[in-house]
Design a protein around this ligand. Structure first.
Ligand SMILES: [Fe+2]
Length: 219
């Protein structure tokens, strides 16, 4: 029998993207259990709810990014916006992780970070500082908007996509993202992301796409 997730995907035309890696591929930086639970209990749940709410609002033919932009403008679609944003945010998050990632980036992304923040070390301090401004659950982003790289924090079920940012990297700062591996040590989780997991190659590809005009407001 099909899962509710598969039925939802077929009924709405929305598709839950495949994970870009196997659940255990990020060990030991991020455990198999943490990735599996995160994907199957949180990401998939937001996706299923998005499908059901989009169907109810007759918006089920839109792509996920289009759905978010449309729902962001309509107060009556606030619940749909939050679930769709969370589903899309998680897509960005998985693309932002890779085995053997992290460290000082090279390429265009490295040049842009150095030009904007002065050095990678200063960027890291700003990244941690932005996380500290976030009270409770939310997300930390590295984005591109108006020809400038930005560190952005968003609370709970919000997304910078709705305000026209192109996402270069996404870090899930909901407690469910790190509690299994790091307990309540959110700073250790952020350090692990920057030192071991950040997919700079992905960020560089998106940035080059923006620079060439091939990427607009989504990854
Ligand atoms: Fe999450």
């Amino acid at each position: 029998m099909d899962t509710a997730q598969e039925q939802g995907a077929r009924a709405t035309g929305l598709a839950l993207p495949e994970m870009p890696f196997d659940f255990g591929d990020l060990e030991p930086a991020m455990s198999r259990d943490a990735v599996a639970l995160h994907f199957s209990r949180h990401h998939a749940d937001h996706f299923d709810r998005t499908c059901a709410l989009a169907r109810g609002a007759s918006l089920d033919q839109l792509r996920l990014d289009e759905l978010i932009v449309a729902a962001a403008r309509a107060p009556r679609l606030r619940t749909l916006y939050r679930h769709a944003a969370e589903a899309w945010n998680h897509d960005c998050f998985w693309k932002s992780l890779r085995d053997g990632g992290g460290g000082r980036p090279g390429g265009l992304i490295g040049e842009v970070i150095d030009a904007r923040y002065g050095s990678y070390e200063r960027f890291v301090r700003r990244f941690h500082g932005a996380a500290a401004t976030l009270f409770g659950n939310g997300w930390l982003w590295l984005t591109w908007k108006d020809s400038r790289i930005r560190i952005v924090a968003t609370a709970a079920g919000d997304t910078p996509l709705a305000r026209g940012h192109t996402v270069l990297l996404a870090l899930d700062l909901w407690e469910h993202a790190y509690y299994l591996d790091h307990g309540n040590r959110r700073g250790a989780y952020i350090r692990s992301f920057l030192d071991e997991l950040a997919n700079w190659a992905h960020a560089d590809r998106v940035l080059r796409g923006v620079a060439a005009g091939a990427v607009k407001s989504y990854t």
